[in-house]
Design a protein around this ligand. Structure first.
Ligand code: 5GP
Length: 206
């Protein structure tokens, strides 16, 4: 018997916690059941990033037009740029039974909780603040000023971990394990009775 709709899965955690790598692993392992919600942003692409893959890189004017046209489910400003979730793609995919990952910051996660009560919220934690800073430096694409801002923001953000539904720790070398933990969480969520209303009727129909 088929469990119908896909689940929006919010993945948050401080910049440098490894959520991008974990999400890539999850998509590689489960390409048919997980897809990524590609956000729109006004920040410039980093080396290796592609329009339509990591983000839709658009201008401030275009972003503001989309907000006004109600095409953005939620958005925020982060270190001077807009970031937001396009609405249409998200709902088209969950209707098709695909779990859609939203890799967004806390304020966005909290907004999704209100706008989309069926979403599951997962917080990714690095093993420690020291390791987080080392990871940000190792990335080599952020300036000292940017790293300082991201560490300050991380300290504020980590306080919100408890407001999420689940916490997953990204241990050193633990990307696969963290990705599998998220897959397990989603599998369990799909089996919740509350997400399977009407299952008794379908049982007798099939
Ligand atoms: P970065 O510049 O490192 O790619 O992203 C900066 C922050 O913006 C990250 O914490 C990321 O999760 C968040 N972010 C990316 N897309 C969205 C979005 O669509 N909405 C919200 N609220 N935050 C986003």
């Amino acid at each position: 018997m088929n469990m119908k709709k896909g689940i929006p899965v919010v993945i948050s955690g401080p910049s440098g916690c490894g959520k991008g790598t974990i999400v890539k692993e999850l998509l590689k392992k489960y390409p048919e059941t997980f897809a990524l919600s590609v956000s729109a942003t006004t920040r410039s692409p980093r080396v290796g990033e592609e329009h339509g893959r990591e983000y839709y890189f658009i201008t401030k004017e275009e972003f503001e037009r989309r907000i006004a046209a109600n095409e953005i489910l939620e958005y925020t400003t982060y270190v001077g740029n807009y970031y937001g979730t396009p609405k249409k793609e998200l709902y088209e995919r969950t209707e098709q039974g695909i779990n859609v990952i939203l890799e967004i910051e806390i304020e966005g996660g909290m907004n999704i909780r209100k706008l989309c009560p069926e979403a599951v919220l997962v917080f990714i934690l690095p093993p420690s603040a020291k390791i987080l800073e080392a990871r940000l430096r190792g990335r080599g694409t952020n300036t000292d000023e940017d790293i300082k801002n991201r560490m300050t923001r991380a300290k504020e953000e980590i306080l919100y971990a408890e407001k999420y539904d689940y916490v997953v720790i990204n241990e050193e070398g633990g990307v696969e394990k963290a990705a599998e933990e998220i897959a397990e969480i989603v599998r369990a969520e799909q089996k919740k009775a509350a997400r399977n209303k009407g299952i008794a009727d379908r049982f007798f129909e099939e």
